[in-house]
Design a protein around this ligand. Structure first.
Ligand code: SAM
Length: 457
């Protein structure tokens, strides 16, 4: 089975696989890269991605190292039905004309590495736009995925996965799947590499009761080659619990992003849940099978937007024997830090490698700027015609300033670091409730432990 590009992307982009195009810092577009078919009116064009930064034929994005910057190509997509000059020449039996100036190969690194000779006829002049080709990761997917619900963003997902101890080989139950944001993060967390005998493979059992969302997500998991590690079930977990094909997933980690987590908790017990009010028969499977790992402590997180939901969840957790119950809110703040550039840079190494001329020029410029500042700071002539107050200016009497003196005096000339909080923070603030259901310690476990670690020896 193909390994998901989310788990093992390999060194380069591949045909028929997911890549993420980064158009600008926060603008990502997921794309399935297609090999050009060669069927378009005699010249190979294949699929083209059109963005505000230019057009990018898939051929320029294929087989390039992840992270590559690819320049835009001017692609005449409107002329598919039209013949190109070189085609008309060929048909008329004339020697094939050189591709006209705007039909020359772009010469960007990606096109050359592609090594597909036919492509030379479809790519035309470079334009100034470019994009970066990135491997799909849960973090990028979360910011670019088609939203069908509220999603769990990376600051929450990473903290949750850490607290519920999701690690290679873990078995995680998740409900509801929603848009699959958390699912992708959890799949990577539990992935245990290529299977070695005796190694737990790591698995996510995901549940979603909304039929359309279930089908969309099912397709997405298969497109992303994650269907081997994530098993999605169409299910109302409040009613029908968490067994899969009647068997226990034996989960050691649980994440509930549901409107009423307390409704699902009784079915995440080790013992048969008590009947709920109004329930006629026995709750859950018969005979009762717990979906939890029988020989491990289980770590849970529930994700709820309001504190009333938290209160009900905490009370149910207490009632069902969960311990170490704690609520956390992630107050994520994204900071934007940039160097504030003020139009003049000192020679970077302050003269170590700069020529005498460079330094001389920098000092002259600094002195000019300094003079302009002094001019601006000088008190204006008061309206009553009296003398303006004297400004003591050491620099004024010193003549020229050295580069180091100027840099000390005006640190912003080197480009000052400016940090601002970003107003738009992509995180859906919710309260996270964590708890642990300890493993049940039997007399047999005690005997095994004593045999392995005898007391007094
Ligand atoms: N964690 C998801 C993500 O990161 O994309 C988002 C989950 S969304 C907020 C909640 C989902 O729970 C919805 O898709 C909803 O259909 C599903 N859901 C609600 N009640 C459910 C139930 N009883 N059984 C299964 N799924 C349920």
């Amino acid at each position: 089975q193909t390994v998901s590009p989310f788990l093992e992307p390999g060194p380069r982009t591949k045909p028929n696989s997911l890549a993420v195009l980064q158009l600008s810092r926060d603008n990502f577009v997921p794309v399935y890269l297609q090999q050009a078919s060669g069927e378009h009116d005699g010249y190979v064009e294949g699929a083209v991605i059109n963005t505000r930064y230019g057009s990018f034929p898939h051929s320029t994005l294929l087989n390039v190292p992840w992270g590559s910057q690819v320049r835009a190509s001017k692609v005449d997509t409107g002329s598919r039905g039209r013949k190109r000059k070189w085609q008309l020449d060929e048909e008329a039996g004339r020697a094939t004309s050189e591709p006209i100036e705007d039909e020359k190969e772009t010469g960007n690194g990606a096109g050359e590495e592609n090594g597909d000779g036919d492509e030379g006829k479809q790519l035309v002049t470079d334009t100034s736009g470019f994009i970066h080709v990135l491997p799909p990761t849960p973090e990028i997917w979360t910011t670019s995925l088609p939203h069908r619900t509220q999603v769990v963003y990376t600051p929450d997902a990473s903290y949750i996965l850490h607290r519920i101890r999701a690690r290679p080989g873990s078995t995680l139950i998740e409900a509801g799947a929603g848009s699959g944001s958390f699912t992708h993060a959890s799949a990577r967390a539990v992935y245990n590499g290529s299977l070695v005998k005796g190694k737990r493979p790591g698995k996510v059992f995901s549940f979603e009761f909304h039929e359309e969302r279930y089908h969309k997500m099912k397709k997405e998991l298969s497109d992303h080659a994650l269907d081997g590690i994530v098993q999605l079930t169409h299910r109302d977990v409040y009613k029908d619990g968490f067994l899969v094909d009647g068997k226990s997933p034996e989960a050691d980690a649980v994440f509930l992003d549901l409107p009423a987590p307390w409704e699902a908790l009784p079915l995440l017990s080790r013992q048969r849940p008590q009947l709920r009010e109004g329930e006629a028969g026995e709750a859950g499977a018969n005979p009762w099978v717990s979906p939890l790992h029988p020989k491990k402590s289980v770590f849970i997180c529930t994700f709820s937007p309001c504190v009333e939901q938290v209160t009900r969840t905490v009370s149910t957790l207490r009632h069902l024997g969960w311990v170490d119950i704690e609520m956390v809110e992630i107050a994520n703040r994204k900071l934007h830090t940039a160097r504030d550039r003020v139009g003049l840079y000192l020679p970077v190494d302050r003269g170590v490698n700069s020529s005498a001329k460079d330094i001389e020029e920098a000092i002259t410029k600094l002195t000019e700027i300094e003079e302009r500042f002094r001019e601006n700071a000088r008190p204006k002539q008061p309206a009553d015609g009296s003398e303006p107050a004297k400004v003591a200016s050491k620099a004024a009497t010193n003549g020229k300033t050295s580069v180091d003196e100027a840099a000390l005096k005006y640190p912003w000339l080197d480009g000052r670091l400016v940090t601002r909080g970003e107003p738009e923070i992509k995180t859906h603030t919710s309260y996270l409730v964590f708890a642990v259901l300890p493993m049940v310690w039997t007399a047999e476990d005690e005997a095994t432990a004593l045999a392995r670690y005898p007391i007094g020896n």
